[in-house]
Design a binder for this molecule. Structure first.
Ligand SMILES: Nc1ncnc2c1ncn2[C@@H]1O[C@H](COP(=O)(O)OP(=O)(O)OP(=O)(O)O)[C@@H](O)[C@H]1O
Ligand SMILES: [Mg+2]
Length: 253
């Protein structure tokens, strides 16, 4: 179907014969902010890395923007903006040089490149600091620069892997607002996190992941109804505890 941006069928990754992503079936539609919520080690990053053709699946299928990202990488890679959990910026380069480096990898050149770099830095609120070396940035500024590096080529799918870990509430709110803004402008978003509040605040649909499996998937209200029969008098946190037997809050820092 045309508006399916991502579909996985029985997607599996095994390390040492143990499935860390276990027969995962998800379908993400155009325009969604899809949240992948799970504790440490649930398999969130491994899933994102398989989708972005960084980690090779052991089994299963991925259909990304109608293509197989492993066989037709060139057709899809420039349509995706991947913000990895580990910062992927160079401390010894200035902020603008970082953005230019990553944006140019998508074949953007000349005036268009210059504009893309400026727009991306503006977008994350770092225009004034563009001449500074990334190594001197605060944690929140590094996270924002990490985002700027991934959006210069104007991707239609943005994949954020825990972009707010270890940063102050102001930077966190800034990033969440920007994600909503990008989505309003037309980008589909996949957002992985173990912060329940964030996922509930920005995501249109949420998949709860634990031990490599999707335990449940739906809107926040649907997940609450699934556990409680009604979406009242229950928090997403309680839903998570009921479904997985784990307190997600323990994983929050
Ligand atoms: N290259 C690897 N070799 C062996 N095991 C791995 C490798 N990469 C990940 N794993 C294991 O796979 C499991 C899932 O890891 P993953 O990083 O996908 O989890 P996550 O949900 O992103 O966790 P976190 O919230 O801590 O980022 C973990 O048990 C991890 O140790
Ligand atoms: Mg991770």
């Amino acid at each position: 179907m045309e508006d399916i941006i991502l579909k996985t069928v029985d997607l599996t990754k095994k390390y040492n014969n143990k499935a860390v992503v276990d027969n995962l079936n998800i379908e993400i539609r155009k325009g969604e902010i899809f949240g992948l919520l799970g504790p440490n080690g649930a398999g969130k990053s491994t899933t994102m890395n398989m989708i972005c053709s960084i980690v090779r699946p052991t089994a299963g299928k991925i259909e990304l923007l109608g293509k197989n990202p492993w066989k037709q990488k060139k057709d899809v890679i420039h349509k995706i903006g991947y913000i990895p959990q580990e910062l992927a910026i160079h401390g010894s380069l200035k902020a603008w040089e970082n953005v230019e480096l990553f944006t140019s990898l998508y074949g953007i050149k000349g005036e268009q490149l210059k504009n893309a770099v400026n727009d991306s830095l503006e977008y994350v609120g770092l225009s004034e600091r563009k001449q500074e070396f990334a190594k001197n940035f605060s944690g929140g500024m590094k996270r924002r620069l990490n985002i700027a590096c991934a959006i210069g080529h104007n991707p239609e799918l943005l994949i954020f892997d825990e972009p707010t870990v270890g940063i102050d509430p102001q930077s966190r709110n800034f990033i969440l607002d920007k994600i909503k803004e990008s989505n309003k402008k037309g980008a589909t978003v996949i957002y992985t996190s173990h912060y329940m509040e964030e996922v509930e605040a920005i995501c249109t649909r949420i998949a709860i992941m634990d031990n490599g499996k999707i335990i449940a998937c739906g809107t926040s209200e649907e997940l609450k109804r699934l556990v409680n029969g009604s979406d009242e008098n229950i928090t997403l946190e309680e839903v998570f505890l009921t479904l997985t037997g784990k307190k997600l809050r323990d994983y929050a820092e």
